[in-house]
Write a protein that binds this ligand. Sequence first.
Ligand SMILES: NC(=O)c1ccc[n+]([C@@H]2O[C@H](COP(=O)([O-])OP(=O)(O)OC[C@H]3O[C@@H](n4cnc5c(N)ncnc54)[C@H](O)[C@@H]3O)[C@@H](O)[C@H]2O)c1
Length: 247
Amino acid sequence: MNRLQDKVAVITGVASGIGLATAELFAAEGAHVVGVDLREHAVGELPLQADLTDEQAVIELYRRAHEQFGRIDVLFNNAGISPTDDDSVLVTEADAWQRVQDANLKSVFFCCKHGIPYLLEAGGGSVINTASFVAVMGAATSQISYTASKGGVLAMSREMGVEFAKRGVRVNALCPGPVATPLLMELFAKDPERANRRLVHVPMGRFGEATEIAKAALFLASDDSSFMTASSLLVDGGINGAYTTPL
Ligand SMILES: NC(=O)c1ccc[n+]([C@@H]2O[C@H](COP(=O)([O-])OP(=O)(O)OC[C@H]3O[C@@H](n4cnc5c(N)ncnc54)[C@H](O)[C@@H]3O)[C@@H](O)[C@H]2O)c1
């Protein structure tokens, strides 16, 4: 308990899924949570509505967080999208490609660009960027722009981890396997065969829970991971250790 006592944590994508579960866990561990989402919500001590693809909106949200609490210690850059028109490379249109790149990769760039200076000012902190298991292996259910965006998040996190290592700011990527959140369930409800194709690759034989990813985010946010930076944490029910081929 209290592993984040009095830390100020800005969490994006808090209206549902992993972000919501993490906001609740961080608050229970003593953090002041600034919750950010595109959608209207009431998550965190300071709930903010912002479109993270808009650079000015990102600048403004950190300004407000800093104004309210006087410091920022943790960034959990977690918001993302996974739309159905992002599919195989053969059928995905350029607009779907770009929409996903903006929401999943450019948003993380903006959040790091404008959030990390506050962590440096505070003398250190932890940045956690949500990537995915598809950043490190090819998935049987292709979403080409999503996969490329998450590969970008992973590479970017590693590089920033190196850049800020001596200045007390740790940067890691969190790579969840398939988690039973609205994002994934919506996608798979439309296509049960696609869901089965993914589930067959999970050695545990089930999707993860958002709370299980939140606990990994807590580890990365807290001093429990004090010697970990420029790295990634796969929380995927064993997918990365399994030998499987598409059915
Ligand atoms: N669910 C999974 O199986 C899974 C697996 C691996 C990685 N992830 C990643 O985890 C993260 C969270 O996923 P989730 O499953 O909890 O999704 P979710 O859809 O439940 O929540 C994502 C939230 O991000 C918000 N958001 C999207 N675009 C935004 C924007 N431009 N500005 C502000 N907020 C925005 C949405 O409104 C939503 O509330 C995402 O980055 C996702 O890619 C999810």
